[in-house]
Write a protein that binds this ligand. Structure first.
Ligand code: NAD
Length: 260
């Protein structure tokens, strides 16, 4: 890419001083530096108005030196996240949250995939696990993880069930699964007795316990006794999410320069 004069650039916006968001943004910037993506941080105070944030996004949309724009979520309560996501130009939307990109994923014809579900798929592929015809259970139905995750497993011919906070018998549903993806935000909700012998267990959860420890949505020790393959927290899906962000930024830069 360098030989062709393409030098990918990513704008990273962070509003306020949420400590978890600060860690995520720093990790993303470190990854950019590591692979040679130019990252520009826009750290705005918590009192930033929605109009100010939208004006910045407008400016970044027009900035030809930037290929990707990422606005770290969650945003302070007085800012409408939907309006912010909608303001990012779809061709710079490296998180793939914009309705245009979500729609493209739905019909299976997309440029960008949302980073966390894409990272999970990459883990499955690299482990040589075949999804076709498998019972896949996704726990969580957020726009960022659960819903697109289910769609990607479906595209790969999984038989997909989505569980959520109103699901009647979570344990029984999870017990049927050949592939379980937990994206809930409840520490160690999924225990070994809910896991089928030989299942693949992917833990998206990142929960900070009162003692400062980071834990997933799966009780690792008991689930590992049953699972054929399992991801740890930390060190599982998290780093993959960042890798997929890098991939999307590179892709955005290639598309921007009319290269595929
Ligand atoms: P969210 O809060 O938007 O969604 C949580 C989902 O879980 C909801 O759909 C809800 O219906 C469901 N749920 C809640 N309680 C439940 C229960 N008892 N049983 C079944 N379903 C239940 O969260 P999110 O943004 O999708 O994130 C989920 C988790 O993944 C969080 O821990 C988050 O920190 C983590 N996460 C990790 C990464 C990563 O890079 N590893 C990226 C995004 C999110």
């Amino acid at each position: 890419m360098k030989a062709k004069g393409i030098h990918p650039g990513l704008a990273v916006i962070i509003v306020g001083d949420d400590p978890a968001s600060r860690i995520y943004v720093n990790n993303k910037k470190k990854a950019c530096e590591y692979i040679g993506i130019r990252s520009e941080e826009y750290a705005l105070p918590a009192e930033t108005t929605q109009a100010e944030l939208l004006a910045l996004i407008d400016e970044l949309n027009q900035n030809d030196a930037l290929d990707g724009i990422l606005c770290q979520l969650p945003l302070p309560k007085h800012i409408d996240e939907k309006a912010v996501i909608a303001a990012i130009s779809p061709d710079k939307d490296v998180d793939a949250f914009h309705a245009v990109n979500v729609g493209k994923i739905m019909i299976g014809d997309y440029d960008f995939l949302p980073c966390t579900p894409a990272g999970v798929m990459e883990l499955i592929y690299e482990s040589g696990i075949d999804i076709k015809g498998k019972e896949c259970v996704v726990i969580g139905r957020s726009n960022i993880v659960g819903k697109p995750m289910a769609m990607l497993l479906l595209h790969d011919h999984g038989t997909v069930t989505i569980c959520h906070s109103k699901t009647k018998d979570l344990a029984e549903t999870v017990r049927r699964a050949d592939i379980v993806v937990a994206a809930v935000g409840v520490p160690e909700l999924i225990t070994g007795d809910m896991v089928k012998e030989g299942a693949v267990v992917i833990d998206v959860g990142m929960n900070r316990l009162p003692d400062g420890r980071l834990t997933g949505d799966v009780h690792f020790e008991s689930a590992a006794e049953k699972a054929e393959a399992i991801t740890p927290v930390p060190g599982g899906v998290g780093p993959m999410t960042i890798a997929m962000l890098m991939k999307n930024t590179v892709k955005a830069a290639l598309l921007h320069h009319n290269e595929k």
